[in-house]
Design a protein around this ligand. Sequence first.
Ligand SMILES: NC(=O)c1ccc[n+]([C@@H]2O[C@H](COP(=O)([O-])OP(=O)(O)OC[C@H]3O[C@@H](n4cnc5c(N)ncnc54)[C@H](O)[C@@H]3O)[C@@H](O)[C@H]2O)c1
Length: 316
Amino acid sequence: MKILVSGSSGFIGFHLIKELLNAGHEVVGFDNHNDYYNPDLKLKRLTLLSSKKFTFYELDLNNILINDQDFDLAINLAAQAGVRVPAEKDYLYETTNIEGFNSFCNFCAKRNIKKIIYASSSSVYSDINEGKFDEVNTPLKPKSKYGKSKIANELHASELAKLDDLSMVGLRFFSVYGPFGRPDMAYYAFAQAIKNKHTVTLNNEGNMYRDMTYIDDIIQGVLGAINYAANPKNIYKNEIFNLGNDAPIKTKYMLNTIEKYLGKKAIIQQCKTNNENLKTHANITKAKNLLGYEPRVSFDEGIERFLDWYKYYENI
Ligand SMILES: NC(=O)c1ccc[n+]([C@@H]2O[C@H](COP(=O)([O-])OP(=O)(O)OC[C@H]3O[C@@H](n4cnc5c(N)ncnc54)[C@H](O)[C@@H]3O)[C@@H](O)[C@H]2O)c1
């Protein structure tokens, strides 16, 4: 297949394209290489994607100047990710996540791309008293502007799928982690702070739970979504799936595991936050049934793989 991927130098984009190229697909990717986190990491990922079957453009989601034609499928991963963007930059949730996704869909319409997969997030949910987040029965009351922007994407996708003969698939990713991961996420930030003897900001005394999902499992889920979207039975649909691990981890446990591995104690500063969920926990039955999704990597195994990479990357 010939596949268009936005956010191609991002964490998930990089791992996905590596897999797509291995499987023999042709990929056109683009990314604006912004400085939300160190762009050197984005450049490093891009360098590792070098292949005759991969074409890269440095450009913005709101201005997609690409002449390539005949795409079979498009995947939107470009976004202002994370819930903790400073107030002076939180307009990006509107301009990148909402307007940018609309621009991506307009580009797909111009190129007659009928199958679109897009990144949503566990942040569309808010805390529930018990049980797991379920695509159908859990109410969507996001605590953050980020979560709201992802709901806007899902609603837009539903409208488009109804109007046109499109096959849309929204993937609600749950705390994805692994090698070449995102430095703004807790597991990576904890490792950095411990290594540099900086203070670790620990929200809500480390008593939050995250359904940490290893990158290789997520990529298997996206590949399942590609097959799902490619099935002609699934036109006129905007189908949404949780991709999580169904095994939440306490953030205090995450921090202790990283301390043990690096052989150093963290300097902790306690902090309270109210725009994040206390617990995320994915019900993944739908993804198992319809995408063949089956997460295999436990947190202990996955965090060790991340830390092995981190030590190598940081020359520790
Ligand atoms: N990693 C996770 O845990 C997680 C969880 C839930 C949802 N998601 C979603 O998955 C997608 C990929 O996340 P990621 O972890 O790879 O994040 P990432 O920040 O590493 O990747 C996003 C990429 O998009 C690019 N980008 C941002 N704005 C752009 C713009 N206006 N034009 C072009 N490129 C732009 C960035 O430079 C970056 O390389 C995002 O939509 C994110 O919201 C990720």
